[in-house]
Design a protein around this ligand. Structure first.
Ligand SMILES: C[S@@+](CC[C@H](N)C(=O)[O-])C[C@H]1O[C@@H](n2cnc3c(N)ncnc32)[C@H](O)[C@@H]1O
Length: 258
């Protein structure tokens, strides 16, 4: 049966790769490499660097493929993602049939960890559900952008004994402040932090984490919000793209001690 390794590669620093990930890559017959458009060539460079550094098995074949883009016209967000996943799963099915013999394995290099805001696993599950290409799969965990963020700021993710919420920019307004003392916000194209009015909140922001272009800013939200907006806009203009994440925090350790 064909086997698919879904390998977490960390978030920009080739040294994020685990020994388990390196071994899984070298065990594959085929590495599947997505082409994602010129704007994100730096991300492609990170993947290439990882392959050059760590893949010692010279028999491995590299297969490039085009990732279909998500269509948004005339459909809800959920419908658009569902359609998109269906289309990608058809692409995967074709790739497996064309490039993998029945007893061979392939690896996907997944940004960060495959379990965090990534759909590779869901799409592989669609392929198996269709039953046209019998396959097995395994997941190799990777360093997430959350871990890269807290490490660069030298902060713990959670306050002592307190929960953490992981959310998106679109959802932030619904859930902060109030439910969680710590919220981590990803996939925020609208800079939702700048709409929060909360004098007690702190923000720990990071962009291009793990790469040579990493930028971090931290402080009271009211004091640094404008600086983050300006820095973000300038960096985005320079690179042509940006990936950023932030942690919002209210309160401190032990501040609810009776
Ligand atoms: C589609 S999600 C993928 C998350 C990834 N699987 C992980 O484990 O971090 C993309 C979002 O992750 C965050 N992200 C990923 N890599 C990042 C990096 N190097 N620097 C800052 N944020 C990053 C951003 O919020 C971005 O919008």
């Amino acid at each position: 049966m064909r086997h698919i390794h879904i390998v977490g590669i960390g978030t920009g620093n080739p040294e994020h790769l685990t020994v388990q990930a390196i071994n899984a890559l070298n065990a594959a017959n085929v590495i599947l490499v997505p082409s994602k458009g010129a704007a994100k060539t730096e991300l492609a460079d990170v993947r290439r660097d990882i392959c050059q550094r760590y893949i010692t098995n010279k028999t491995i074949r590299f297969v490039d493929y085009d990732v279909p883009s998500r269509q948004i016209a005339d459909r809800s967000y959920v419908q658009s993602v569902d359609d998109w996943h269906e289309e990608i799963s058809a692409t995967y099915e074709r790739l497996f049939l064309e490039h993998l013999a029945e007893d061979e394995s392939a690896a996907f290099l997944v940004w960060g960890d495959p379990g965090l805001y990534d759909s590779t696993l869901r799409i592989i599950e669609r392929v198996t559900a269709r039953g046209k290409v019998p396959l097995d799969y395994s997941i190799i965990p990777g360093i997430t952008s959350i871990q890269a963020l807290t490490a660069s700021h030298r902060i713990p993710l959670n306050l002592v004994g307190k929960p953490v919420q992981i959310t998106t920019g679109r959802r932030l307004a619904e859930s902060f402040p109030g439910i969680a003392e710590t919220a981590v916000v990803m996939l925020d194209g609208e800079q939702a932090f700048s709409k929060i009015v909360d004098p007690d909140a702190y923000i720990y922001w990071g962009a291009y984490l793990g790469t040579k272009d990493e930028i971090i800013i931290a402080g009271r939200l009211a004091d640094v919000s404008e600086r983050i907006l300006a820095t973000r806009a300038q960096a985005r203009a320079e690179h042509g793209w940006i990936m950023d994440i932030y942690l919002l925090r209210k309160g401190q350790d032990f501040d609810d001690r009776a």
